[in-house]
Design a binder for this molecule. Structure first.
Ligand code: UDP
Length: 140
């Protein structure tokens, strides 16, 4: 299996509860390596741009406000089949449906405040990494 990269966000509900380390440990234990990481407070422009694909969805306004409500930690993760590996350890979008042992089962508060973001395809991973990181900020 090829070593690839994916993009992750530790969301405001998690940074607010001081879960950055606990969540990063779950990612590392799942075989992912943090090759870039920074804590930022998203601007409205960043939150709207990042989630532009959801702009017509009813929860868009709430989602953007939530993502700007507290700092987030954006990360690039590397590992074998990183996109799928990360989606597996994240668990389902709705924590009520997330499998035991996943980040969202363990830590998420609701379908909106669900602690982590992870790219859903290799193509989107590249776009999302480029959205937040310069190439020289990624150290593999
Ligand atoms: N979301 C929400 N309400 C919904 C569905 C999604 O607030 O009914 C939020 C939630 O934070 C989710 C994000 O929008 O993580 C992006 O949704 P997506 O369906 O892409 O889920 P994900 O890929 O994050 O599991």
């Amino acid at each position: 299996m090829a070593v690839t990269r994916t993009f992750s966000i530790i969301k405001p509900d998690a940074t607010k509860r001081n879960l950055t380390g606990a969540i990063t440990k779950m990612l590392e234990d799942a075989g992912l390596r943090v090759v870039a990481s920074k804590r930022i407070h998203m601007t409205r422009e960043q939150a709207e741009g990042f989630y532009a694909v959801h702009s017509e969805r009813p929860f868009f306004g709430e989602l953007v406000d939530f993502m700007m409500s507290e700092p987030v930690v954006v990360q690039v993760l590397e590992g074998e089949d990183a996109v799928k590996r990360n989606r597996d350890i994240m668990g389902a979008t709705n924590p009520a449906e997330a499998a035991e042992g996943t980040i969202r089962k363990e830590h998420a508060l609701s379908i909106g405040e669900n602690s982590v973001h992870g790219s859903d395809s290799e193509e989107n991973a590249k776009i999302e990494i480029d959205f937040f990181f310069k190439p020289e900020e990624i150290v593999g």
